[in-house]
Design a protein around this ligand. Sequence first.
Ligand SMILES: *[C@@H]1O[C@H](CO)[C@@H](O)[C@H](O)[C@H]1NC(C)=O
Ligand SMILES: *[C@@H]1O[C@H](CO)[C@@H](O)[C@H](O)[C@H]1NC(C)=O
Length: 478
Amino acid sequence: MESKSFIRDGLKLKSTSILFLLLSITQMTLLTAGHYKPTWESLDSRPLPQWYDDAKLGIFVHWGVFSVPSFSLSSEEFSSEWFWYDWKGWRYPGVVNFMRKNYRPDFTYADFAKAFTAEFFNANEWAKLFQRSGARYLVFVAKHHEGFNNWDSKYSFNWNSVDVGPKRDIVGELMNATRSQTDLKFGIYHSLYEWFNPLYMRDKSHLFLTQDFVEQKTLPELYELVNKYKPEIVWSDGDSEAPDVYWKSREFLAWLYNSSPVKDTVVVNDRWGSNIGCHHGGFYTCGDRFDPGVLLAHKWENAMTIDGHSWGFRRNADLSDYLSIEELLQTFVKTISCGGNMLMNVGPPHHGHITPIYEERLRQMGSWLKVNGEAVYASRTWNYQNDTETPSVWYTKKTYAQNTDIYAFVFHLPEWGTLALGAPTVSKKTQVTLLGHNMPLSFRPAPSQGLDIFIPPLSISQIPCKWLWVFKITAVTN
Ligand SMILES: *[C@@H]1O[C@H](CO)[C@@H](O)[C@H](O)[C@H]1NC(C)=O
Ligand SMILES: *[C@@H]1O[C@H](CO)[C@@H](O)[C@H](O)[C@H]1NC(C)=O
């Protein structure tokens, strides 16, 4: 009996000390993990998860009820996802006439939702195509300013993709496909405001002193999206009419960083209030198609479109409206040389089959990245963004131990002859190669800084890619 009780006491002692240990570990994690306060000073102090800077290229997808009319005019609002507001808000004559000519007089915007049929939508095919483009993350429009939820939301009645139109949980299908078919990170775009939501319009008429819309719609659905789909990017938009105080965005972000299921990996942008963009948040997007052309001290993203004018699909787009692969690549390398990521937008039609022109651009990006990815993924910005001598040459770098290797992205390959670069200072160990060709090239260092690279005559089969060539210059000293 005695010895037994001694053992029991001993066990009790042990479990008590284990309990203490667990308690102190819990306290420690509470102190470290839960420490972001709902202030910009505190939220801005969170380091950006590194996967985002390494990724460089993401795919943006705008799909919703606006993909049904999929119409806009260059003389008015070019972007077709604004269709409802162009029609009923701005009342652009071109859009008003389009509706008058093609639809019965009592047709409402909500009537378009039935025709958002998505019959060719195959999430696995989308995910595989995005993977083939070489992108490392996806940002899908879960809800645009029209307020239509592309997911199975508890906070939406009849104005979502499960109750009307596709009758499918599109966000859910895409999340599943992205995670099972690819290694892309899955992200969502979410519009804080909804143009014509009566609750929003009431708050707005109260000069945003009431917050019924934020409390009953915006925040509940943001928490729902994060808890249900665990997105690794929350790309916020539609903030421009009211400040962060109205949107309660600091409170949401503190939760996201401290205790959400994605607290360690999630990345956000900067559109969290009319007073916030380009100043606070995760990466900066500033305006659409942001492309400063110089190095910025803060991580940023160039969100841009393959149809140069519109985020939503446009049935009336011409071939010349789409960016060529040369234009896409030039924008891309300029962006990453200056410290940005590029988020390249695809606008699928209402039926969900991505059109061949978008497919071609995605595959072209992928074929180029297959050859040149080494210069892109996980690269860092160099001391020089572009060359000092030859225009339109942009740089990235990678550092190994003591060595700095740089990559020069060249838009125009001198077919025969010499490429003069003014920025790199070469060392005795320096080697120069053309990515995808890999034979060392001969070069002549300039007296103090710079070098001339001698481009050998290459046969067609030796040219590693069709557009934008990358020279690797190892062991530079600057
Ligand atoms: C996603 O996958 C899970 C697990 O296989 C499944 O239960 C769920 O229904 C899927 N969601 C959608 C929207 O397909
Ligand atoms: C390098 O880029 C900057 C900023 O975009 C530009 O002003 C400058 O002219 C460029 N230099 C050359 C040599 O092209």
